[in-house]
Design a protein around this ligand. Structure first.
Ligand SMILES: NC(=O)c1ccc[n+]([C@@H]2O[C@H](COP(=O)([O-])OP(=O)(O)OC[C@H]3O[C@@H](n4cnc5c(N)ncnc54)[C@H](OP(=O)(O)O)[C@@H]3O)[C@@H](O)[C@H]2O)c1
Length: 281
């Protein structure tokens, strides 16, 4: 495999930073998109000429496009796009205002859209490439207190399934990556924004469940370094899957959800099929 060029968002920490390190160690090059390139400076020094950092707000499409065009031109190519940046705004739906919901979509959905709009012309011109969309177990299931986050990840998955069908004939393969809980700053970050009390007392049990989950820092089964290795392996596969859960918790959660959905589909199949027009022979 030659020295491909990866574009990775959310590169300053967690899974994104681990992936930048893993890709560079495997002899490939990276355009790291980040709000803060300081944590990447040791990697810039360790892999001279192989890492370009782009410090830009990924929700600002107008600023992102020229910055990415410049970075891609600097390496003269682009092979793999990883939409990784994301955060969670936790809380019961009725206690979240529209500004918080829209902000969640700006980062977890529309920023990925902005990156795709900048990157896809390069991949299409090459009739090759990979798109890795970092979704979540939350892109497949719902959970109390996580409506904003699950909505954004479901939206990203919906976009990606249709996009994959459009891009495959053009030689570009798309995989939706669904991590379970990973030991990064992600959980501490959303926990830091939890309100100290329930605005609506009816949702006290949701707040209590969120507080328990927030307190379980260090219990996450997922190792970001191993996840990064899995992503590099994924990018080497000639026939990658459309979806790849990462972590035993993601595997079990998605399997349970799918089994439940199938069981319900079958249980109500007669009612579902009863709405067809009567066949006239
Ligand atoms: N950790 C988990 O348990 C878990 C589970 C399932 C899915 N995921 C998903 O995995 C991806 C990586 O998360 P992680 O675990 O590595 O979390 P993390 O350590 O918090 O890193 C997320 C990165 O996303 C970027 N980001 C966060 N908030 C942002 C904002 N408001 N605007 C723009 N960029 C923002 C930041 O990158 P920059 O500072 O470089 O811009 C940040 O370093 C995310 O999409 C997350 O939803 C995580």
């Amino acid at each position: 495999m030659g020295s491909r060029v990866w574009l990775i968002t959310g590169a300053s920490g967690g899974l994104g930073q681990a992936l930048v390190g893993e890709v560079l160690s495997s002899g490939e090059r990276v355009i790291a998109v980040t709000r803060d390139d300081e944590p990447l400076q040791p990697l810039t020094a360790a892999f001279p000429g192989c890492l370009r950092t782009v410090s830009v707000d990924i929700t600002d499409a107008g600023a992102l496009r020229p910055a990415l065009d410049d970075a891609i031109a600097g390496f003269s190519c682009l092979d793999i796009v990883v939409n990784n940046a994301g955060y969670a705004r936790a809380g019961p739906f009725e206690e979240l205002d529209d500004t918080e919901l829209r902000a969640q979509f700006e980062v977890n959905f529309f920023a990925a859209v902005n990156v795709l709009r900048a990157a896809l012309p390069h991949l299409r011109a090459a009739r090759a490439g990979r798109v890795l969309q970092i979704s979540s177990l939350a892109g497949q299931i719902g959970a109390p207190g996580m409506s904003a986050y699950t909505a954004g990840k479901h939206a990203l998955e919906g976009l990606s399934v249709s996009l994959a069908a459009e891009l495959t004939p053009l030689g570009i393969r798309t995989t939706i990556v669904e991590p379970g809980a990973a030991r990064t700053g992600f959980r501490t970050d959303w926990a830091s924004r939890l309100p100290s009390s329930a605005a609506l007392p009816d949702y006290l049990p949701v707040h209590e469940a969120l507080a328990r989950s927030a307190g379980a820092v260090g219990d996450q089964v997922g190792d970001p370094a191993r996840m990064a290795r899995a992503l590099v392996a994924l990018a080497d596969m000639p026939s990658p899957p459309l979806r790849l859960p990462l972590g035993s918790d993601a595997l079990a959660g998605i399997e349970n959800a799918r089994n439940g959905q199938l069981e319900e589909l079958r249980r109500f199949a007669d009612l579902s099929a009863s709405t067809d027009h009567t066949k006239v022979n």
